[in-house]
Design a protein. Structure first.
Length: 215
């Protein structure tokens, strides 16, 4: 059976697992964004705390994903929960770094002017600082999404959902019938989903960025 025949024969399963893969990434990305923004808002004003947060993000990215999945499985029995927790952890790191950088780059004179106009710290953050930092934050979200697409494939190791099952199944049966086709189907599915998601996030970023600061 050639690759096209393999895909046609398993199209419904590929479609369903592709949907699961994308859903897992999107849910994790939303959680990661919320977590990263909360930490960034709490730490960006302090050089010491923001340094600790950025350093922690850098160290976190060095943790092998296989190891993290394995460690989480020792405490959490649900493969779906393990997958979401692991992906939210990894996904928050690029967003956190970009959010801190973006917020710290906002011109202090603009913030002072906003305060002079009667804005409180929370109002200035929501109406001025976050919108001005948003393009940088959005870049972090796009980087995170691409990274999570690949890591989500490893979720199959923890019995998580997604296209990783095709990849793992193929690799575990190398030399057997349709083993290579299975691995390629999973890999190409992940790549296509990553391209589509990046295009969507690019559009979202453009639509949610104020016209005056669009590049």
């Amino acid at each position: 059976m050639n690759f096209l025949e393999f895909v046609q024969d398993r199209w419904s399963l590929l479609w369903f697992q592709g949907y699961q893969h994308l859903s897992l990434v999107l849910q994790s990305l939303v959680l990661a964004t919320i977590l990263a923004l909360i930490i960034a808002v709490l730490t960006f004003r302090s050089a010491a705390w923001s340094g600790i947060a950025e350093g922690g993000a850098a160290v976190g990215l060095t943790i092998p994903s296989f190891a993290l999945f394995g460690l989480l499985l020792a405490f959490i029995t649900s493969g779906v929960v393990v997958s979401v927790v692991a992906l939210a952890f990894y996904g928050s790191l690029p967003i956190l770094r970009n959010a801190i950088v973006g917020l710290r780059r906002v011109d202090a004179s603009l913030v002072e002017s906003a305060k002079g106009m009667g804005m409180g710290p929370a109002t200035a953050l929501v109406k001025l600082q976050l919108p001005l930092a948003w393009p940088v934050i959005m870049t972090g979200i796009r980087v995170s999404a691409q990274m999570l697409m690949g890591i989500a494939a490893i979720a199959a190791y923890a019995s998580g959902p997604g296209l990783g099952s095709f990849i793992f199944s193929g690799l575990s049966r190398i030399g057997g019938a349709n083993a290579v086709n299975s691995a390629w189907a999973g890999v190409l599915g992940v790549v296509l989903l990553a391209i589509v998601l990046d295009l969507v996030l690019s559009l979202v970023g453009r639509l949610t960025t104020s016209r005056g600061i669009r590049v």
